[in-house]
Design a protein. Structure first.
Length: 712
């Protein structure tokens, strides 16, 4: 640039000189060329070149303009900000999902001994909800903070998100963050509150905490498609949560059933046009099972009450009502047959499948009803129990009057919308009444599976992302990514458990028709992140299972979807070492290696990850200590922790044969059966109750212990 300026200066000087002097003399010699000037800025990109001749590769065109910026990626782990340490205490930063510091609140050291002492008081599931909501022993960390927080060592969190505890005395502690009184954007807990740590592990250390956000009361559900747009297509679509309800034989965009090759095997009977015969019915029988059901007509003297013909019409477009249908025919009294179109299948991933129809209500709305059919995936026609055959009666009294011998139209109180849908839809709400009928609503989603409420918009009818993370509108619209959404792993363990427990238990809801769907007075399900006490006070009129029908006298579960019912009474929920939750063993987003979403797959890994001493990592030694003698014959694979500690006491589909006690030969043989749902109390049901319920003795080890059944 300097040379260029000097060159032009010389030219103008020569011009000025020529204006003042006489005629010029002969031309002088040509001077040397100046240095080249600097390159100018590049010009604009030209228009795209014409396409080359067919078959020949054309020259590459110019680079096009940059496209619009894509959505921001998920926030990575925040950088460690070192703090000045406390030689006898602990310091750290508190951040939320945005990665930014959280201002206010305090970090408490909750003594592990206090949690251990709390566990000595059993949790009473039979208390009325109003009394249970005041129980100070069923939320291990927050109940203790409520009662003794003022006495616990704490570190207040400053404006920069840091806390500082100058002195930690000897003991074991859970680190728990509690938000400030006016903080409406976060929930208590933190990702360090699950495992107790010693004084030595804290002193002189920096222990940072990640805490959970929470959607505001005006946040709305947006559907899993909105989540996938930023977070990518997720393996969660391959879990049973995303696949519970389906249009018959059709997969929605948010559904993937490849983990279950037999998912829709029951639909083959519709395509074959089979007839199911309901006979030997006992209208006075308690529960949902009134009749024996077989796909072959029973021999005399059995009396058939009614038949259900399964049908398929190939002329109907796939997924449309009428493609699959049933026809009910009364065999006891003359009556016109009743035909119903199957609009949804219910289940298929976990042991059974049922079938739903849609009926118009008097006010023009729709309600869904479960037909009296259940297909048991593992059903055995040779089973001594007819409820474990491949086809089973499911509440036939809703469709057939067993006393009068007449087909019925189902009462509006028995609708699926009212009784079940709350635990099977994202962003659920219920409208209607016992007079007008009940209608279930879910969040609209462009990739929704089905138009649930008849408003011509597809809805997400299964449990999607927001069922565990809360309504996502504020999270989606936030200028800073990562906030205003629930992170279950950063809640107190009791709040995380409540996210699953609302449906994996048997409360009786307050709203709607007061069924096992835990609805509040406005007909809405609890949002993720609430306390157990809030749930009990606002969402149920019965704390949990009915002891007379849902539990064995031992307290073990007899009915399914009661994992929370069991877990609350286990030593895993309250102890001084590790406060476990469902996600301790199960990956909520699924695991392609295991349809049951177990983190470590099958085997003992799920247990020995925590029970690390040799006694448990070598189960043969553990069994020897408990039983009193060595077991030389069984292979190590037969020594599974779950064989004794997670006996399948409950049944969802079909019971399965275990021990056949044929000793002595002169006695009547006894076939012991197990359910298909594992108990979650982690206790060991023993031989003393073997005549009433499945036990560890009648499981795999029962083959060798048959002679000891009379000597518990």
């Amino acid at each position: 640039m300097t040379r260029r300026v000097r060159g032009w200066a010389a030219v103008w000087a020569a011009v000025a000189l020529a204006a003042c002097v006489g005629p010029s003399g002969p031309p002088g010699a040509v001077g040397e060329a100046g240095a080249p000037g600097e390159a100018g800025a590049p010009g604009e990109a030209g228009a795209p070149g014409e396409a080359g001749l067919p078959g020949e590769a054309g020259a590459p065109g110019p680079t096009g303009d940059l496209g619009p910026a894509g959505p921001a990626g998920e926030a990575g782990a925040p950088a460690v900000v070192p703090l000045a340490r406390e030689p006898r205490g602990v310091v750290g930063l508190v951040r939320d999902g945005t990665g930014r510091p959280v201002n206010g609140g305090a970090v408490y050291l909750v003594p592990a001994d206090d949690v251990r002492a709390m566990a000595r008081t059993p949790i009473n599931l039979a208390l009325p909800p109003s009394e249970a909501a005041r129980d100070a022993t069923d939320e291990p960390l927050e109940d203790l903070l409520d009662a003794r927080g003022a006495m616990y060592t704490r570190g207040d969190v400053g404006a920069d998100g840091s806390y500082r505890i100058a002195t930690v005395v000897d003991g074991r502690y859970f680190l728990v963050w509690k938000p400030a009184a006016g903080d409406a954007e976060h929930l208590p807990g933190g990702d360090r509150c699950r495992v107790s740590v010693t004084q030595a592990a804290l002193v002189g250390q920096q222990v940072d905490l990640r805490v959970s956000g929470v959607p505001g009361p005006r946040a709305t559900y947006v559907g899993s498609t909105a989540c996938i747009n930023c977070h990518g297509r997720h393996r969660a679509t391959r879990t049973a949560h995303f696949n519970g309800l389906q249009v018959p034989g059709r997969r929605g965009p948010l559904q993937d059933t490849r983990a279950w090759p037999v998912f829709d095997v029951g639909l083959a009977a519709f395509r074959e046009g089979r007839t199911l015969y309901y006979y030997g019915c006992d209208g006075a029988a308690s529960g949902a099972i009134k009749c024996r059901v077989t796909p072959e007509a029973p021999a005399a003297p059995a009396v058939v009450s009614f038949e259900v013909r399964l049908g398929y019409d190939p002329a109907v477009a796939r997924g449309q009502p009428g493609e699959y249908f049933v026809t009910l025919t009364n065999r006891r009294n003359p009556q016109p047959p009743a035909r119903y179109d199957v609009v949804l299948t219910y289940g298929g991933a976990v042991y059974k499948q049922r079938y739903l129809v849609r009926l118009r209500n008097p006010n023009g709305t729709w309600s869904h009803y479960v037909l009296p059919i259940q297909y048991n995936t593992a059903g055995d026609p040779r089973s001594p129990r007819h409820d474990s055959w491949p086809w089973r009666d499911y509440n036939s009294q809703v469709w057939y009057d067993h006393t009068a011998g007449a087909l019925l139209s189902p009462s509006r109180a028995r609708s699926f919308d009212n009784n079940c849908a709350g635990c099977h839809a994202t962003g659920f709400s219920l409208t209607g009444s016992a007079t007008d009928g009940w209608t279930a609503h879910a969040v609209s989603d462009p990739n929704g599976d089905y138009d649930l409420d008849g408003d011509a918009r597809p809805e997400e009818i299964n449990l999607g992302c927001e069922s565990c993370h809360g309504p996502g509108s504020e999270h989606l619209e936030a200028r800073v990514r990562g906030g205003r959404i629930v992170s279950p792993g950063a809640l107190t363990p009791e709040r995380e458990m409540m996210t699953c427990g609302a449906c994996h238990a048997r409360p009786v809801g307050v709203g709607g028709g007061a069924t096992e769907a835990p609805l509040d007075r406005d007909g809405r399900m609890p949002r993720p992140g609430i306390r157990r006490s809030e749930f009990l006070a606002g969402f149920t009129s019965r704390t949990d299972a009915n002891p007379a029908s849902d539990l064995f006298p031992s307290g073990d579960s007899a009915s399914h979807h009661q994992q929370y019912t069991d877990f609350l009474r286990s030593g895993m929920y309250r102890n001084g070492d590790q406060l476990m939750t469902c996600s301790s063993c199960h990956d909520p987003h699924g695991d392609d290696r295991n349809p049951n979403m177990l983190r470590a797959g099958s085997g003992n890994d799920s247990c020995t990850n925590c029970h690390t001493t040799a006694e448990y990592t070598a189960p043969r030694a553990h069994v020897e200590r408990v039983i009193g003698f060595r077991h030389e014959v069984p292979t190590p694979l037969e020594f599974r922790c779950t064989t004794c500690h997670m006996v399948r006491t409950a049944t969802s589909g079909a019971r399965r044969a275990q021990l056949l006690d044929a000793y002595p030969a002169t006695a009547t043989a006894v076939q012991y059966l197990h359910g298909d749902i594992a108990g979650h109390r982690f206790n060991v049901p023993r031989r003393a109750v073997a005549s009433v319920q499945p036990t560890a003795t009648t499981n795999a080890c029962g083959t060798c212990h048959a002679l000891l059944l009379t000597n518990p």
